[in-house]
Design a protein around this ligand. Structure first.
Ligand code: V47
Ligand code: SF4
Length: 373
C-alpha cells in the first residue's frame, strides 16, 4: 500500500493517519507516538511508513561492505548477563591472541578486496590503550588503506583510564595510532533501571554517550546499537532511541543504527527466550521512523539470520553489514543461525536482488565502491 493510500484508507484510525501525515511532511514523531506505534500499530502499516522513509533517503539502494572481524580476546573483567562469550583468565574456552596473531589475521586478507576490519573483544584487565594503539599502527603499516573500526565505548573507557589519559586525549591518541571509527557496541539499553539489571559493572549510559560525543568532537565517527528483546519494555527502547536522536542532533557523528536482537544460548538469561521475527521487523521499522536524523539502519545478518535480514529490507533497513568471513564468535556462541558466519559478494548481492533492491558495495563511511544493478 502506498503511503497516500494508507493516509486516506478509511479503516486506519485518525491517530495513525496523523503520524503518517507527520512522516510525509518530515515532522519528527514524539516518544508518545512511538509508544503508540509499538503497542497498537499493524506490521503492514509500520512497513509502509518505514519503507517510505527508507526510499525517501536511499531509494532501492541497499548497502553492504567487504569486512572481517578480529576478536582479540574473550577475557573480560565484566559479567554482563546476556553475554555468552565472556571468560576469565585461565578459564576453559578463554582466548587471547598475541599482537603477532592479530597482525597475521590481517595478513590473511592480503590480496582480498576487504575495506574494513572490525575489532572488538572483552575488556582484558592487563591491556591498555598503548597496547592496542600500537597494534592498530602495525595494521596500518601492513595495509594503510584498511579502515580500522575498533573498540566499543566500554573497552575504550577501560583502556583510556588504564593509560591515565582523559577521554579526549585518549581518543586523539588512538586516532593518531590509526583508529578510523568506533563501532556501536556496549550501548545495550540506556535506561538505568534495565542497565543495572543486565550489566551494572561496565561503562554507564552517560559514559557511553560521553565517549561517543567526545569521539565525534575529535573527528572520529561512530555507530550506535541497542540490545533488545530481553527484559526491557517498549518504553525503555524508546528512551534509548530518544537519547541517540538527541546526541545525533548535537554532533551528527553517527553513521548508522544497528538494532541487535538478544540471542539466548549459553548465557544467564537463557530462560527468558527470544522475541519473534515479527518483533524484529517491528523494531527495525519503528527505529527507522523515529531516528529521522540517522542516515542508515543496519540489520546485522549474523545476529538475526539471512531470512530476517532480507525481510528487513522492506521494513526500513538499507544496510546488511558485510561479508564477515567467519571471523566473529559473538553470535554463534549466543545461538544465532549461522555457526560460521560468512557470505560471499555473490551471496550478498543475490540476497538483496531477490527482494528487488539494488546492491551497493560501500566503504565504512558509505562512499560507494560498486553498484550491482
Ligand atoms: O555490545 C552480546 C551484543 C554487541 C549478545 O558497529 C549480544 O558496525 C545479542 O556492537 N545476544 C557487540 N547480542 C556487537 C556490536 C556490533 C555488531 C555488528 C556491527 C557493529 C557496528 C557493532 O553484541 C554487544 C552486545 O550488545 N551482544 N551478547 C547476545 N547474547
Ligand atoms: Fe565483557 Fe562485552 Fe561480554 Fe559484557 S558483553 S561481559 S563487556 S565481553
Amino acid at each position: 500500500m502506498s503511503l497516500l493510500n494508507l493516509i486516506n484508507n478509511s479503516s486506519i484510525s485518525s491517530e495513525f493517519k496523523a503520524i503518517a501525515q507527520k512522516v510525509v511532511n518530515n515532522i519528527r514523531i514524539t516518544e508518545d507516538e512511538a509508544l503508540l506505534l509499538y503497542t497498537k500499530a499493524d506490521l503492514s502499516y509500520l512497513g509502509a511508513l518505514a519503507n517510505y522513509v527508507r526510499e525517501e533517503k536511499h531509494g532501492d539502494n541497499t548497502f553492504f561492505n567487504h569486512n572481517f572481524h578480529i576478536e582479540p580476546t574473550n577475557i573480560c573483567i565484566y559479567n554482563c548477563k546476556f553475554c555468552s562469550y565472556v571468560r576469565k583468565i585461565n578459564q576453559d574456552g578463554a582466548w587471547e591472541f598475541s599482537s603477532e596473531d592479530i597482525l597475521n589475521k590481517v595478513r590473511e586478507f592480503d590480496g582480498k578486496p576487504v575495506t574494513e576490519v572490525h575489532i572488538v573483544g572483552g575488556v582484558h584487565p592487563h591491556r591498555d590503550l598503548h597496547y592496542y594503539g600500537k597494534i592498530i599502527a602495525e595494521i596500518k603499516k601492513i595495509r594503510p588503506e584498511l579502515h580500522v573500526k575498533a573498540f566499543t565505548a566500554v573497552e575504550l573507557e577501560f583502556m583510556i583510564k588504564k593509560a591515565k589519559l582523559s577521554l579526549e586525549e585518549g581518543l586523539k591518541t588512538l586516532k593518531e595510532y590509526g583508529l578510523d571509527s568506533i563501532p556501536g557496541g556496549g550501548a545495550e539499553i540506556f535506561h538505568e533501571d534495565i542497565r543495572k539489571e543486565l550489566c551494572d559493572e561496565k561503562a554507564s549510559t552517560d559514559m557511553w554517550l560521553t565517549i561517543h560525543e567526545a569521539a565525534h568532537k575529535v573527528g572520529i565517527p561512530s555507530n550506535a546499537t541497542i540490545l533488545y528483546g530481553h527484559i526491557e519494555k517498549y518504553e525503555h527502547r524508546i528512551d534509548h532511541l530518544s537519547r541517540l536522536r538527541n546526541l545525533q542532533d548535537k554532533t551528527k557523528g553517527f553513521n548508522t543504527f544497528i538494532p541487535l536482537k538478544y540471542r539466548k544460548e549459553n548465557n544467564s538469561l537463557s530462560h527468558i527466550g527470544e522475541v519473534s521475527a515479527i518483533e524484529d521487523l517491528k523494531n527495525y521499522a519503528i527505529s527507522r521512523i523515529f531516528l529521522d536524523n540517522f542516515s542508515h539502519i543496519k540489520a546485522y545478518w549474523p545476529s538475526i539470520g539471512r531470512s530476517t535480514a532480507q525481510l528487513s529490507l522492506a521494513y526500513g533497513v538499507d544496510d546488511i553489514d558485510g561479508t564477515i568471513d567467519d571471523t566473529t564468535k559473538i553470535y554463534s556462541m549466543a545461538g544465532a543461525e549461522d555457526s560460521n558466519p560468512k557470505m560471499t559478494t555473490n551471496d550478498l548481492v543475490n540476497l538483496i536482488k531477490q527482494v528487488n533492491r539494488i546492491p551497493i558495495e560501500r566503504d565504512t563511511l558509505y562512499n560507494i565502491i560498486k553498484k550491482y544493478d
